[in-house]
Design a protein around this ligand. Structure first.
Ligand SMILES: CC(C)(COP(=O)(O)OP(=O)(O)OC[C@H]1O[C@@H](n2cnc3c(N)ncnc32)[C@H](O)[C@@H]1OP(=O)(O)O)[C@@H](O)C(=O)NCCC(=O)NCCS
Length: 205
């Protein structure tokens, strides 16, 4: 059974994963959500107006009232820059399975931040929430995403042709990845990751 804990603060070597706040709207817009280099790898189109970003962030903030909502802002410890987002979603109470997705601002690609955030969320999902399996999919023309999944010890399970149609009408084949809790636990000693998970008493801060 999944142990829902909402969105507690997660602390890694260089990053803080925390809840979004309304004051983040401009950074979300400037750093990734208005940038097609980022959004072309996702399903939703880039935002043209900051008001679209306000609506999205406001919805996320509202949804924190549910314990089964796990959506983190990724902040750099040294600069306090907000550089991206990562979430666990599509929880299935029958199987105990869920999915993960993430985006980082282009300026911060290829510095290991995506891997660091994904490892933290996978650790939280298995170690704290008792999720059974975490899955994800990436467009096959977005190999960096597959790379970070592999670094978080997820394994490719297959490809699905024309799994999505992006906002420009182009169909994309996707690679599916997954990791089971039991496989994760077995490989944990290899991972040796440094992560501290803070869960507040009321589970909501
Ligand atoms: C996917 C994403 C989160 C990766 O974040 P990141 O911080 O750049 O990832 P990391 O730096 O931890 O690792 C990236 C790895 O991909 C590799 N990589 C980057 N571009 C690559 C390419 N074109 N082909 C192959 N490997 C590539 C890097 O070399 C690095 O591997 P290495 O550490 O072994 O050298 C980021 O690129 C992103 O936000 N993309 C847009 C949104 C997106 O794709 N979301 C996921 C949808 S499924």
């Amino acid at each position: 059974m999944i142990n829902f804990l909402g969105t507690p603060k997660l602390d890694t070597k260089r990053l803080i994963l925390r809840r979004f706040e309304l004051k983040d709207v401009q950074s979300v817009f400037n750093h990734w959500i208005s940038d097609e280099r980022v959004t072309d790898n996702r399903i939703n189109a880039a935002h043209k107006e900051v008001s679209e970003t306000y609506e999205r962030v406001a919805k996320i903030v509202k949804d924190y009232s549910s314990d089964d909502f796990c959506y983190w802002a990724i902040e750099m410890k040294d600069s306090n820059n907000l550089i991206g987002e990562i979430d666990l979603y599509n929880f299935d109470n029958n199987t105990g399975n869920c999915e993960v997705s993430y985006s980082l601002g282009y300026n911060w690609w290829n510095h290991g931040y995506g891997t660091e955030a994904l490892k933290a969320v996978v650790e939280f999902g298995f170690g704290q929430m008792n999720v059974h399996k975490i899955s994800a999919a990436h467009n096959i023309d977005n190999p960096a995403s597959g790379k970070i999944m592999m670094k978080a010890r997820m394994a490719q399970e297959g490809t699905v042709r024309h799994m999505i149609r992006n906002t420009k009408g182009k169909y994309k084949d996707c690679a599916l990845y997954g990791i089971l809790q039991k496989d994760y636990n077995e490989s944990k000693s290899i991972l040796k990751q440094e992560i501290t998970v803070f869960v507040n008493k009321d589970k909501r801060e």
